[in-house]
Write a protein that binds this ligand. Sequence first.
Ligand SMILES: [Zn+2]
Length: 182
Amino acid sequence: MGDVQAKIAARGRSSDIKRLPKVFQKPLPHSAAARKQAYRKLADKTAASIWSSSPRYNRLAMRDLRMQRPVRFFHKATAKFTRRQHNIMVQLRTGHIGLNGHLFRIGKSLTPDCPHCEGVTETVAHFLMACPRYERERAGLQRRARRPDSVAELLTNPDAFRRVLRFVDASKRLSTIFGDEA
Ligand SMILES: [Zn+2]
């Protein structure tokens, strides 16, 4: 993961780097803050492309984004989750989930449309971020109305996982698959 982040971090200020004394020309951001900043830049960029893309690209972008973190981060972040909670997070992150966009692709729904929004594919992004049906539930998911967390942030930042799970339970959209919260 270091390489990609280093490239991203270096790209923005490559001309500045040459002017620095040799000892400061390290391409890899060593401080946690620098790595975090580089990661956030990538997350924002990926989130932007998710919004403007097809469901297929959506999944690929999410997978790419996840690759920027070591695999064990997710296991660590969900270690205290129930199996049900863990499964919900995995399914949201992979897009292999009981929402019509996915169900239609695998032949288990006659339409990819959201049950509440005709003509709009029911993707994970639509469910979490946009569907007007869950506007009330979304208030607990998005704590800052002016700068809401991106879908990528919600699904890759462990600090947001509990909020995401509460949203899923409150929406009841997936309760036929996962049952209601135990
Ligand atoms: Zn909808």
